[in-house]
Design a protein around this ligand. Structure first.
Ligand code: IMP
Length: 194
C-alpha cells in the first residue's frame, strides 16, 4: 500500500483520516516516523501553518507529506478565533476552556453563524499543493454530545439538527471541513494515478 506522512500526532485527526483513507493509503504519523519535536506554528493564516508543518517533515526526511490546519471563524466575532482556534483561551488551554470562552463571548448574540475551514498542504515528489474544505453552521448556546473533540459540542452544521459531537463519526467525516478537504486530496491523488 502507498505511504504518506500525515504531520500530526492528534489521535482524533489520525482516526478520522485513517477511516477516510482506509484501504487506499497507509498513513504514518509523526510518532510513526520517529519525529518527536514540536513544530512551531507561527504563521498568521491557516494555510501558512499547514505549509510550515508539511515543509518541516519534507525538508528533514525527504518524504512525501501532508499537514492540515483548521480554524473556526465566527462571524459575530469578526472571524475569531480563526488561526488561533487551538489557543483561543490561552496557551496550553483545554478544549473545554475554549468552548467556555466561546460560549461566554457569544452570550446573548443573535448572529450565531460560523464556519470551520481546513487547509491541507501536500508536498508530493517535489511539488506543493493546497486543498481547502469548509463547513458552515452555527454556534449553539450550550454544549450537546460527547463525541469528537474541540468545538464539536457547540457546532451545529447547517441542515442538521445534531451537533458534530452528537453525530456518528462517519457522518461528521462526510460533511466536515477536514473531511471535505481530505476528499479533495484523495480525488487529486487518484487523478494523478497515485
Ligand atoms: P488544528 O490547528 O487543525 O489542530 O485546529 C485548531 C483547533 O481547532 C483545534 O485545537 C480544535 O480546537 C479546533 N478544531 C479543529 N478541527 C476541529 C473539529 O473537527 N471539530 C471541532 N474543533 C476542531
Amino acid at each position: 500500500m502507498k505511504e504518506l506522512v500525515f504531520a500530526t500526532n492528534n489521535k482524533h485527526k489520525l482516526e478520522e483520516i485513517r477511516a477516510i483513507m482506509s484501504g487506499k493509503y497507509l498513513i504514518r504519523s509523526l510518532n510513526d516516523i520517529g519525529f518527536y519535536e514540536e513544530i512551531v506554528e507561527d504563521a498568521d493564516t491557516i494555510q501558512g501553518n499547514a505549509m510550515i508543518k508539511a515543509d518541516c517533515i519534507t525538508k528533514r526526511f525527504g518524504m512525501n507529506c501532508f499537514a492540515d490546519d483548521t480554524g473556526l471563524e465566527v462571524e459575530a466575532l469578526g472571524g475569531a478565533p480563526g488561526v488561533y482556534s487551538a489557543r483561543y483561551a490561552g496557551e496550553h488551554c483545554s478544549y473545554q476552556d475554549n468552548v467556555n470562552k466561546m460560549l461566554a463571548a457569544m452570550k446573548g448574540m443573535q448572529n450565531r453563524k460560523a464556519v470551520f475551514r481546513t487547509v491541507i498542504a501536500l508536498n508530493l515528489d517535489g511539488k506543493s499543493y493546497l486543498f481547502e474544505g469548509r463547513c458552515e453552521g452555527a454556534i449553539i448556546d450550550a454544549p450537546r454530545g460527547e463525541a469528537g473533540f474541540g468545538y464539536d459540542p457547540i457546532f451545529l452544521p447547517d441542515g442538521y439538527d445534531q451537533t458534530f459531537a452528537e453525530m456518528p463519526s462517519e457522518q461528521k467525516n462526510a460533511i466536515s471541513h477536514r473531511g471535505r478537504a481530505m476528499q479533495q486530496l484523495i480525488r487529486f491523488l487518484s487523478e494523478e494515478g497515485l
